[in-house]
Design a protein around this ligand. Structure first.
Ligand code: IDP
Ligand code: MG
Length: 152
């Protein structure tokens, strides 16, 4: 895949949806220059969320995390662009909003690590796994953005 075609999985968590932050979060990725190639709203099942967070299954907060993520709909998205995974994480801020700089999504819009409003893949490998878990291949679109040559 071309360097500009790196993809990351971003999900607005149930608190982000309930607090009316969907537009604000999408806007940040759009104005940055990333390309939206997949999006759907879903109230994910406990099983699905356990799979999504399988790496954390032994952590003490795992049950609370799954129940938080299952408490309402999430907006699942795939964003594409150069270094989308790493830059996406920078845009999110730290896991703990208290350690997140102003200007980041978690730094600007939330307070508690257990209500940190957004998920973003932490590596290209996990992005590929997460995208495959949340989207069927035919749900992802391929198109050329008219802004491409103004961004790259
Ligand atoms: P990340 O979302 O920044 O990648 P992870 O360590 O992968 O952080 O943890 C996944 C999610 O689990 C976090 O976004 C947060 O919602 C929750 N979480 C992480 N650490 C804690 C904790 O210490 N207490 C409660 N929830 C936590
Ligand atoms: Mg993580």
């Amino acid at each position: 895949m071309a360097a500009n075609g790196e993809r990351t999985f971003i999900a607005i968590k149930p608190d982000g949806v309930q607090r009316g932050l969907v537009g604000e979060i999408i806007k940040r990725f759009e104005v940055k220059g990333f390309k939206l190639v997949g999006m759907r709203m879903i109230h994910a099942s406990v099983d699905h969320l356990k799979q999504h967070y399988a790496d954390l299954k032994d952590r003490p907060f795992f049950a609370d995390l799954v129940s938080y993520m299952n408490s309402g709909p999430v907006v699942a998205m795939v964003w594409e662009g150069k270094n989308a995974v790493k830059t996406g994480r920078v845009m999110l801020g730290e896991t703990d909003p208290a350690k997140s700089n102003p200007g980041t999504i978690r730094g600007d819009f939330c307070i508690d690590v257990g209500r940190n409003i957004i998920h973003g893949s932490d590596s290209v490998d996990s992005a590929n796994q997460e995208i495959a878990l949340w989207f069927k291949p035919e749900e992802l679109v391929s198109y050329t953005s008219c802004a491409h040559s103004w961004i790259y």
